[in-house]
Design a protein around this ligand. Structure first.
Ligand SMILES: Cc1cc2nc3c(=O)[nH]c(=O)nc-3n(C[C@H](O)[C@H](O)[C@H](O)COP(=O)(O)O)c2cc1C
Ligand code: SF4
Length: 398
C-alpha cells in the first residue's frame, strides 16, 4: 500500500493517513458569521471520503478581522452549537477536524470594517481605499487580538474540534506582522524578526494558557514572501494605492520575509508548543500567482518544496506541505524523501471531494483539478459561492 495511507502522529492525535484538507473558505455563513448546514455537509463528505485531517475555512476571532461578509466566525459562544454538530458528524465518520482561526488585519474588506476598527500593522501599508481610514494598531489593540485568539481557541475546543490551526499566511494579519514589507513598527511588535514574530508567539501562549497545554495547536505559516519589484502595481491593488508613485517606489525598497526567517519562526513556534506546521506563502505577487495556476505537469507540482526543505532543517516536528499537489508519485516522493509528513490539498478537493477515497480504492490518476483558478463564482444576485467552474461548464454541456 502507498506510504500515503500510513498513519502518523500530530501531538496526541493519530491521523489515519497522510492527507489533509487545507483550510478552504466556502462562503457558507450568514451575516452573523454563523455557519449554514451546507458547511457541515461538506465537512461530513470529506470525512466519509477518507481525508485524514480536515481543516475548516478561516474563522474570524474578532469582528474587525472578518474579510468577506460570508466568512464564518468564532468570536462568541453563540457559534458553538453549530460547530458541535459539525465536529460530531465528522467524528461519527472516523474523521479528524481542526478549525483554522484568523484575523485578516488590513485585508479586511471594506464592507466589513467601520470607522476606528479598520486596523493596520503600520499605516505605511498605504491602505486600500475602502472609504474608511485605516488606523495603526496601538499596543492595546495587539494585546486585545492576542486575547481574542486565546478565547477563540477555547470555543474551538468546546465545539469538539481536535485542535486549532492559526492562520499565519497569505498576507493576513499575522503575515502583515511577520513581513518587513508591511511591518514598519518601532515598538515591541516590529523591527527584528523576534519582534515581528512576537505576536504569533504570544498568540500560541494565550491559546495554551486558555485552551490547555494538551490541546493541539497548529499553524499554517507563510514562510516567505514572493513579491518582486515589478509586483508593485499588484501590491498596490491588493494592499495599497497604486495611483501614488511614492508608494510604488517605497514598495520596491522594502525587503520580503525570507525563507530563513520563516523557518526560524517555525522553529521558535515549535519550541512554544506548536505541534504541526503547514508550509505556505506570505505575500504573493504575479510570478507566484502564475505558478498557482495551470499546474499541468509534475514539474509544476509541490512548488513550496524548496521552502519545505529549509523548514525541515530548522524544525523537528511534523510538517504538512500545501500547494500544487496533484499526482500520487509526486506526493509519495515528498513523504519518502522525508521533507514533509503530510500532503495538504485545497482545490483538488473542491473539484473532487471523493479524491482520497478514489486513490485509496486504487484509481491512481492525478487529481482532476486543472488549477484554473475558477473556484470563486458569483450567482445572479452577486453572492459568492465556491464551486468547480470546470464541472459546472461540463454540466451545462451535457
Ligand atoms: C476557494 C479557496 C478558499 C481558500 N480559503 C483558505 C482559507 O480559508 N485559509 C487558508 O489558509 N487558505 C485558503 N485557501 C488557500 C488554500 O488552502 C491553499 O493554500 C492553496 O489553494 C494552494 O493549494 P492547492 O494547490 O491544493 O489549491 C483557499 C483557496 C481557495 C481556492
Ligand atoms: S475551478 Fe475546478 S479545476 Fe479550476 S481550480 Fe477550482 S477546482 Fe480546480
Amino acid at each position: 500500500m502507498s506510504v500515503l495511507f500510513e498513519p502518523f502522529r500530530v501531538g496526541n492525535l493519530e491521523i489515519k493517513n497522510r492527507f489533509m484538507r487545507s483550510a478552504t473558505y466556502f462562503a457558507l455563513a450568514d451575516e452573523g458569521g454563523f455557519i449554514l448546514p451546507a458547511y457541515t455537509d461538506l465537512m461530513t463528505t470529506l470525512a466519509e471520503n477518507e481525508v485524514g485531517l480536515i481543516v475548516t475555512g478561516y474563522a474570524y476571532v474578532s469582528r474587525d478581522g472578518r474579510a468577506p461578509v460570508d466568512m464564518n466566525g468564532i468570536d462568541s459562544d453563540e457559534h458553538i452549537p453549530a460547530y458541535r454538530k459539525m465536529t460530531r458528524a465528522v467524528h461519527e465518520r472516523g474523521g479528524r477536524i481542526v478549525m483554522q482561526i484568523a484575523h485578516t488585519g488590513a485585508a479586511a474588506y471594506g464592507a466589513t470594517v467601520s470607522k476606528d476598527n479598520y486596523l493596520a500593522v503600520s499605516l505605511v501599508d498605504k491602505m486600500p481605499d475602502f472609504g474608511v481610514e485605516a488606523r495603526e494598531m496601538e499596543d492595546e489593540d495587539v494585546v486585545r487580538i492576542i486575547e481574542a485568539f486565546g478565547r477563540a481557541a477555547v470555543r474551538v475546543r468546546e465545539s469538539g474540534f481536535d485542535g486549532v490551526q492559526i492562520h499565519g499566511a497569505h498576507g493576513y494579519l499575522l503575515s502583515q506582522f511577520l513581513s518587513p514589507r508591511t511591518n514598519r513598527r518601532t515598538d515591541r511588535w516590529g523591527g527584528s524578526l523576534e519582534n515581528r514574530a512576537r505576536v504569533i508567539v504570544e498568540i500560541v501562549r494565550a491559546i495554551r494558557k486558555q485552551a490547555g497545554e494538551d490541546y493541539p495547536v497548529m499553524i499554517k505559516i507563510g514562510v516567505r514572501d514572493y513579491l518582486e519589484a515589478e509586483d508593485a502595481p499588484v501590491w498596490g491593488a491588493v494592499m495599497g494605492r497604486k495611483d501614488r508613485p511614492e508608494d510604488v517606489e517605497d514598495f520596491k525598497l522594502r525587503p520580503n520575509l525570507t525563507v530563513e526567517e520563516g523557518a526560524e519562526t517555525a522553529r521558535v513556534l515549535e519550541q512554544e508548543g506548536v505541534c504541526f506546521v503547514e508550509i505556505s506563502n506570505g505575500f504573493v505577487g504575479r510570478s507566484s500567482y502564475k505558478i498557482h495556476m495551470g499546474i499541468n505537469k509534475p514539474e509544476k507540482e509541490a512548488y513550496f518544496l524548496p521552502e519545505a526543505r529549509v523548514v525541515r532543517e530548522a524544525t523537528t516536528g511534523p510538517l504538512a506541505l500545501v500547494a500544487g499537489m496533484r499526482s500520487l508519485e509526486i506526493m509519495e516522493g515528498v513523504i519518502n524523501s522525508g521533507v514533509a509528513d503530510c500532503i495538504s490539498l485545497c482545490r483538488p478537493l473542491i473539484r473532487e471531494p471523493g479524491l482520497v477515497k478514489r486513490w485509496k480504492d486504487g484509481d491512481r490518476r492525478p487529481a482532476d483539478c486543472i488549477s484554473c483558478g475558477g473556484c470563486f463564482n458569483q450567482d445572479e444576485s452577486g453572492k459568492t459561492y465556491i464551486a468547480c467552474r470546470q464541472l459546472e461548464k461540463k454540466g451545462r454541456a451535457v
